[in-house]
Design a protein around this ligand. Structure first.
Ligand code: 5GP
Ligand code: ZN
Length: 123
């Protein structure tokens, strides 16, 4: 999509702070971070919203979700368990869909937002 800002980021026509890239996906830091760790995982293929996916996208959606914990760990907000099994760390994963879902950029993306419950302050 020639007019899509995230397609332009994929094409490196617009700079971004890339945290991960492979043939199918790009992950980059959100320009307006809501927390110490805030990056977006996007498929390189232009799909407008989660509601525009179908069974043909199942593999892509699964891989995108599976990237979240891996990249969260690399970015310093992964989940940890101590010897007693106590969990700490963690992050929020979020896909906004459509106007009522708060979607601003119409290229499917998953937010990964990490920190000590960074969204609590927004309530
Ligand atoms: P949405 O509301 O669509 O789920 O989220 C879009 C996100 O993309 C927002 O958090 C916004 O800060 C981010 N964003 C919009 N334009 C750019 C850009 O040009 N570069 C980067 N890195 N992030 C962007
Ligand atoms: Zn796009």
């Amino acid at each position: 999509m020639s007019n899509c800002i995230f397609c332009k980021i994929v094409a490196k026509q617009i700079p971004s702070s890339v945290v991960y890239e492979d043939d199918e996906f790009l992950a980059f830091k959100d320009i307006h971070p809501a927390a110490p760790v805030h990056f977006l995982i996007i498929p390189k293929q232009h799909v407008e919203t989660l509601s525009d996916t179908s069974t043909e996208h199942m593999s892509m959606l699964g891989k995108m979700l599976a990237l979240a914990p891996r990249l969260a760990k690399e970015q310093g907000c992964g989940l940890s368990r101590d010897a007693d099994g106590q969990v700490s760390g963690g992050y929020k994963t979020l896909i906004n869909t459509g106007p009522d879902g708060g979607q601003e950029v119409y290229h499917l993306h998953m937010h990964v937002i990490g920190g000590p419950q960074p969204w609590r302050g927004q309530r």
